[in-house]
Design a protein around this ligand. Structure first.
Ligand SMILES: [Zn+2]
Length: 701
């Protein structure tokens, strides 16, 4: 069975399929003549264009203003190099390619690309490192096997592992390389998860046997409440996030100079099997010290920073500071483009400040789960101070402007990172751009509304757009002016009016092609990969449409197990189309004896609610099922009906209620339209890029 990620690995081939179809469509379309620019032969898409002279200018100016004389990142990256990984491809157990570094080798073949922002190119070249490195004697990292790194620390009896990347196949390959050169055949003696994001735990089964964890032989250590937040962050809006990842991560774009060039934190997310082994020991206090396999470690909990639960670790006897994902070689997301609750830059800054004064004044090496280490106390202090300040400044200066009336619709054009920080590579926005982060801060404190009533209950874009088109004098006038603005390099202005036309006339392919051309130039100009990918992904879908295919539900059992029953019931309330539940009314007592939980589940007022720990006196139905059996239903592996038939579920009362409830449920489909008129690609993708359930998707950051 092919997966969405597998499809992504095969994209160059699929790109060709689109290319053929694209030509056919172009020939059929008389409006084609209106798009003056000639497609670029080397571009992966038949309608793709070269960067314009305005875009070249923007990139040239950026190059001149960036601190390229500072080469320390490249020196630090190479330091401690032990061995390269010679296989560019790592295969998944399922037979497809789980990891492919081959497709990023083009980045090293040229010093410069006219379609890639020089700063983005720089981080992508840095992320092309692929092999085994010594951090200091006793601490080693395997880098470039996934979006994240894996770290091995010598304990008394074996190797303590810090974070386990996304999938087991890449972890296994990393372990093999490590053992060939350094590992001395010693086993894994402990695992530490720095935080709740899957690129820090998904590969654990590649390196640890669950039986050894259960027996207590291999402790798995994580910040407090780890399991509660591991799944919950991505469930309720999971399908929407899944879809939006196609923009933020550019999932349909091939790795190419005019396409995908990396993700800033790393080159990409690996596509092997994801699993989760629950922690056996939690770090509960703000600061906690204990020994792990004979190594003294001081843990610093940093809740609500990069993740809802995260922790840094200091190893005093090695003067080594692990900053998890709180301090890497970039500014992180405060707002995540795939969609997430806004993070707290002020507390993030304060935790870095605390790490600086608690550990950073004596630390001699600092490393993290992305990018590469920093050596020497002066360098560590420099970076901790810079990172502390870049988050604090974002928070403070955005609110400074907001308190003077600057709105969420203006802040990104006004907010600027101070010059002193702009000149530090580790304060560049390879994950969080100053533009979308500053808007995120306003959203965090004030929400979406700019306080102008005209934007308070606005018409939907498709309802307002026809009037705009009419008032602007019709489609042709907009096309002419849009083309003119495009040809003058005024891309944001051009997108304002051409977007209105596309909203009003979703089937106007000439308008969609022009908007794609405009977006493409804006995309080329971006330093931030999320912004670049979003513009290029929209251009792709405007030109080619959304690939169609079967969707399948293949949730990882480990991830389902991590989901609480309450979370599952809450999500049922979201999956229910309340319009189908009008007039229904019932009360269910749900009992899961094996974990001692009980719930009231009630449908009333076309709304499904649940309350944990209660039972109704006169329910219409009592459903008794072990939580371990309920998981079959949660995974979609077995229906509740089948469970009733085989006796694993029991009911008292009116069982037809379950049918009623099932009739209101909707399966979310991630192929919904973002740009108008993009549904239904001209060529159906043979393999399905969307084959991933909302629960399984490795949203990695
Ligand atoms: Zn990460």
């Amino acid at each position: 069975m092919s997966t969405r990620r597998q499809f992504i690995q095969t994209l160059p081939a699929v790109g060709t399929a689109f290319a053929v179809a694209g030509h056919l469509v172009l020939e059929d379309n008389p409006a084609r003549a209106q798009v003056a620019t000639v497609p670029l032969k080397e571009h992966f898409h038949p309608k793709g264009k070269a960067p314009s002279k305005y875009t070249l200018d923007v990139l040239k100016q950026a190059r001149g203003g960036l601190p390229f004389a500072d080469q320390r990142d490249f020196e630090e990256l190479k330091k401690g190099f032990i061995a390269p990984m010679t296989d560019f491809k790592i295969m998944a157990d399922a037979g497809h390619v789980a990891w492919d570094m081959e497709r990023f080798q083009f980045l090293d073949k040229q010093d410069d690309f006219d379609s890639i922002h020089p700063s983005l190119l720089r981080i992508s070249k840095l992320n092309n490192n692929y092999g085994l490195y010594e951090v200091i004697p006793g601490i080693y990292q395997v880098r470039g096997f996934d979006i994240s790194d894996i770290t091995f620390i010598r304990g008394k009896t074996g190797w303590i592992v810090y974070d386990t990347m996304v999938s087991r196949e890449v972890v296994r390959a990393a372990w093999k390389l490590f053992q060939q050169h350094v590992g001395q055949g010693l086993p894994v003696s402990a695992v530490i998860y720095s935080h709740t994001h899957p690129d820090h735990w998904g590969g654990v089964r590649g390196i640890v046997d669950e039986a050894d964890v259960r027996s207590g032989k291999v402790p798995v250590i994580a910040p407090v409440d780890f399991m509660d937040f591991t799944v919950s962050e991505n469930v309720y809006a999971g399908n929407a996030m899944n879809r939006r990842l196609f923009f933020q991560y550019g999932l349909l774009l091939p790795a190419a100079p005019h396409g995908y060039v990396g993700q800033g934190l790393g080159q990409a997310v690996s596509a092997g099997a994801m699993g989760l082994i629950a922690p056996t020991r939690y770090v509960e206090k703000p600061i906690e010290e204990f020994e792990v396999d004979g190594v003294r470690m001081i843990f610093q909990n940093t809740p609500n920073t990069e993740a809802p639960r995260e922790m840094n670790t200091y190893i005093p006897d090695m003067k080594a500071l692990w900053m998890a994902e709180n301090v890497t070689a970039t500014v992180h997301n405060i707002y995540t483009l795939r969609g997430a609750q806004i993070r707290d830059p002020l507390s993030w800054s304060k935790y870095i400040g605390e790490a600086l004064y608690r550990f950073g004044l004596e630390a001699e090496v600092m490393f993290a789960s992305h990018h590469w280490p920093r050596w020497g106390n002066a360098r560590i202090q420099e970076i901790l101070r810079g990172q502390r300040d870049v988050y604090a400044h974002l928070n403070n200066q955005v609110l400074h402007f907001a308190n003077q009336g600057v709105t969420i619709n203006e802040i990104h054009n006004i907010y600027e990172v101070p010059k002193g920080l702009q000149d530090k590579w580790y304060c560049r926005g390879y994950h969080g751009s100053p533009e979308h982060n500053s808007r995120g801060v306003v959203q965090r404190y004030l929400g979406f509304w700019d306080c102008n009533p005209a934007t308070l209950i606005p018409l939907s874009p498709r309802d307002s757009a026809p009037l705009y088109v009419e008032m602007m004098g019709g489609a042709q006038k907009i096309m002419d002016r849009g083309r003119q603005l495009h040809d003058e390099g005024k891309y944001l202005l051009a997108s304002e009016i051409v977007n209105k036309l596309v909203q009003a006339e979703p089937q106007n392919q000439a308008a969609k092609d022009l908007l794609a051309d405009i977006f493409e130039q804006i995309g080329y100009q971006q330093e931030n990969p999320g912004l670049r990918n979003s513009f290029l992904a929209a251009a792709y879908e405007l030109r080619s449409g959304i690939p169609q295919g079967e969707t399948a539900n293949t949730s990882s059992p480990d991830v389902i197990r991590a989901m609480s029953t309450e979370l599952f019931l809450n999500f049922l309330g979201i999956r229910m189309d309340s319009r189908k539940a009008e007039g229904m009314r019932f009360t269910i007592n749900l009992i899961t004896p094996d974990n001692g939980e009980k719930f009231i589940v009630e449908l009333e007022n076309a709304t499904l609610t649940n309350i944990k720990g209660y039972q109704a006196e006169k329910p219409n139905l009592t459903l008794t099922i072990n939580r371990s059996d309920l998981e079959q239903t949660m995974m979609g592996a077995k229906t509740l009906e089948a469970q009733l038939a085989d006796g694993s579920a029991k009911v008292q009362g009116d069982p037809s209620i379950l049918k009623q409830l099932a009739s209101t449920m909707v399966e979310f489909d991630p192929r919904f339209e973002i740009m108008p008129g993009t549904k239904g690609a001209r060529v159906a993708a043979k393999e399905n890029p969307y084959e991933a359930s909302d629960l399984r998707l490795p949203i990695a950051e």
